[in-house]
Design a protein around this ligand. Structure first.
Ligand code: SF4
Ligand code: SF4
Length: 292
């Protein structure tokens, strides 16, 4: 265990392969009870990113050889210019969008299909849900969100997208014996029940921060632990996230003052500190916010 007097280890950026945009800041149409960055309709800690600033970051990313771009929030579709931003980004990068799906209706799904058809690169869409049972999901994410997310998934699937259902591994998925139930299998069954023959599912661990209480015992990564690890397994060795107020180490710690690296992308290429207890979750689980 790290001596608390000891400085936390730092991780160099091997290469900036992936650039994330906190396009909607901490603003979201939902207020999920487990949101690790505490997004909600009235959390202005991180504001919506202005479109001209996003276009400048995309220019920088092109120049720096970034390979792929992700848009997240908050909820990206609350940004009025989001579809124009998406269309532009897709001319130069494969793009993934993380959404709760609530704002995707038929018209939006049609528009996304047209944007994808006119793009040089691929568009992936991830839709989040937190339980395969409606009442348990809605208790976390809000009434009606289960149905809306599934509807959005199907609207996109019917338009030749293969969306990825993103689910958070909540603790109560453990049986009394501590054995994990077949989470993946349950979501496959759920998607098949609405006519999806090719389900894609990503399970992510819970991060004890934001709307959830911090762990009783802070267990950051130690320098010794880092020496035993292939650094490429941590996403912060090859990615950064930009928000309205600058560049942060990763999508998990966006908005955390200690994870803010610089005002601009050049400055954000410096080492990041693995100071946070969530770094331990990444270390133990090998988790990435990327699609796979
Ligand atoms: S978990 Fe996702 S959908 Fe829920 S409040 Fe946070 S950003 Fe919004
Ligand atoms: S939370 Fe994970 S991705 Fe973020 S800085 Fe820590 S180890 Fe890296």
């Amino acid at each position: 265990m790290r001596n608390m007097e000891e400085a936390p280890p730092s991780l160099p950026l091997r290469h900036l392969d992936t650039l994330w945009f906190q396009v909607a800041g901490t603003l979201c149409n939902l207020r999920c009870s487990h949101c690790f960055i505490s997004c909600s309709p009235d959390n202005h800690t991180l504001e919506l990113m202005e479109a001209p600033r996003i276009f400048r970051y995309l220019d920088d990313a092109r120049r720096m050889g970034v390979k792929e771009v992700y848009f997240t929030g908050g909820e990206p579709f609350i940004h009025r210019s989001f579809l124009a931003i998406l269309e532009s980004a897709l001319q130069d990068f494969p793009v993934s969008v993380l959404t709760n799906g609530v704002l995707i209706d038929e018209a939006k799904a049609d528009r996304l299909r047209r944007i994808a058809d006119g793009s040089r690169f691929s568009l992936e869409i991830r839709i989040s849900i937190d339980d395969y049972e409606e009442t348990r999901n809605d208790a976390i994410r809000g009434k009606g969100t289960f149905r809306k997310a599934l509807e959005a998934y199907k609207l996109l699937y019917d338009r030749q997208f293969l969306p990825i259902l993103t689910v958070t591994e909540m603790r109560d998925y453990l049986s009394p014996q501590g054995e994990e139930r077949d989470l993946h299998g349950r979501y496959v069954k759920l998607l098949r029940s609405v006519g999806v023959d090719r389900p894609r599912i990503k399970v992510i661990p819970i991060f004890e921060m934001g709307m959830l209480p911090a762990p009783a015992e802070q267990r950051p990564v130690t320098p010794e632990m880092l020496r035993e690890l292939d650094p490429d397994t941590l996403q912060c060795s090859s990615s950064r996230i930009v928000a309205h107020d600058g560049v942060y180490a990763c999508p998990i710690l966006v908005g955390e003052p200690e994870a803010r690296l610089a005002d601009d992308l050049e400055g954000g290429l410096r080492d990041c500190s693995l100071y946070h207890s969530s770094c331990q979750t990444c270390y133990v689980t090998g988790m990435t916010c990327k699609n796979f």
